[in-house]
Design a protein around this ligand. Structure first.
Ligand SMILES: *Cc1c(COP(=O)(O)O)cnc(C)c1O
Length: 389
């Protein structure tokens, strides 16, 4: 971080520093795991897992991602409009509801996912209105039990109808794809079972005449641990942002990944209090003796999980301090044990960990959740400060 940025950063209540060099390095690390013909999709849904979709998309493309993925069509349309990306960068979105912006998506050249007949019919109508073919990826439910078309008669009907529409010039079937349920638990029997069903469902479609540009099923954990699932494209989300998909898969460093976000705040107040003083709503913490309290101006409105009350960790002045009592909407306290850093001193909630600070995974464990949720929920009230652009 340049000194200017540091001073500007210090002037704000709190900031999420986003290290785009780390993101680019993570993209290169992931690409090194792929066979030469396999492409990387950078998943930037949910505002880039809280990191900012546009800057992260640009950095990922700079480092060699050739696809971008979002959940909603609105996210994908915004990327196409705002990110200034080369036209040959493909953007795919997969979570549609009836009445969605199909025509806009077709006009923007997005790849749209279709999981059932209602969606195929809406795509066909929109393609007629747009006067150009849609790029459609058929999604198979190979066992996740969420979105996607069931194997068997449902898949046969969907593939047949999509081929009819392709012959009519309304669409091109650009992809066949699916999603894992338990890829973050290596050896889980559902992984091999889903791969078998995926092979069967893609083989059926290809026998009927589908010629997809890409077949894909791998998310971050499968990208890191399951080369046989890479196919033509892998869809990496959390690994791009430098977090491990789960503690069972090791730390980010075990995979050569570096966390991209550092969340910190300036202490709003440091004060002396006597022993026996209740702290924050419900007085769930009482000072054990004379001590000092530091006030961290971040709360659950900023995405700091209330479930981490009395548990979350913060680095202040070189020491780990535990959240004292409840995390409120805008603020929480830490017991500084008599130390008196000045108001404005930096409190680091999480980062890569190599400056001694806790990690997003530490917060996930303190709150009983996953690292994905910790970074994604950092609220809009926290400015993102981009470094190494
Ligand atoms: C979010 C998402 C991904 C990325 O998952 P990670 O575990 O973050 O890599 C991939 N595919 C689909 C369909 C998703 O919804």
């Amino acid at each position: 971080m340049s000194e200017t940025t540091a001073r500007q950063g210090a002037a704000v209540r709190a900031r999420a520093e986003i290290d785009l060099d780390a993101l680019r390095s993570n993209v290169r690390t992931l690409r090194a795991l792929l066979a030469p013909g396999t492409a990387l999709m950078a998943v930037v849904k949910a505002d880039g897992y809280g990191h900012g979709a546009v800057p992260c998309a640009r950095a990922a493309v700079q480092a060699g991602a050739t696809w971008l993925g979002t959940a909603t069509p609105h996210e994908a349309l915004a990327l196409r409009a705002d990110a200034g990306l080369p036209d040959d960068v493909r953007i795919m979105c997969w979570l549609w509801t009836p009445g969605g912006p199909w025509q806009e998506a077709i006009e923007a050249g997005l790849d749209v996912s279709v999981s059932g007949m209602w969606a195929l019919r809406e795509v066909e109508d929109a393609a007629r209105r747009a006067g150009r073919p849609a790029r459609v990826q058929l999604k198979a439910d190979t066992g996740l039990g969420r979105n996607g078309c069931q194997p068997g008669p449902d898949w046969h009907e969907l593939v047949g109808a999509a081929l009819d529409a392709e012959r009519a010039g309304l669409l091109r079937i650009t992809g066949l794809w699916s999603h894992f349920a338990c890829a973050d638990e290596p050896g889980h029997p559902s992984i091999a079972a889903q791969l078998t069903v995926f092979r069967e469902m893609t083989a059926y479609a290809e026998e009927r005449g589908v010629r997809p540009e890409v077949r894909h099923i791998a998310n971050s954990p499968a990208t890191l641990t399951l080369p046989e699932a890479h196919y033509d494209l892998v869809r990496a989300g959390i690994a791009l942002y430098g977090l491990s998909p789960s503690p069972e898969l090791g730390t980010p460093a075990d995979h050569g990944l570096r966390p991209v976000m550092t969340l910190s705040a300036s202490l709003a107040l440091v004060k002396r209090v006597p022993g026996g003083h209740g702290v924050s709503y419900g007085h769930r913490y009482t000072t054990p003796g004379d001590t000092t309290l530091g006030l961290v101006p971040l709360g659950y409105a900023d995405g700091i999980p209330r479930h981490a009350s009395s548990n979350g960790l913060v680095l202040v002045d070189g020491k780990w301090r535990t959240v004292a009592g409840r995390i409120a909407m805008d603020q929480f306290a830490v017991d500084l044990g008599g130390d008196e850093p000045p108001a404005g001193a930096e409190a680091v909630l999480f980062g890569p960990g190599d400056g001694g600070e806790p990690t997003a995974e530490d917060w996930a464990q303190a709150a009983g959740t996953i690292g994905y949720e910790i970074v994604t929920r950092v609220g809009a009230r926290v400015p993102r400060v981009y470094v190494n652009e």
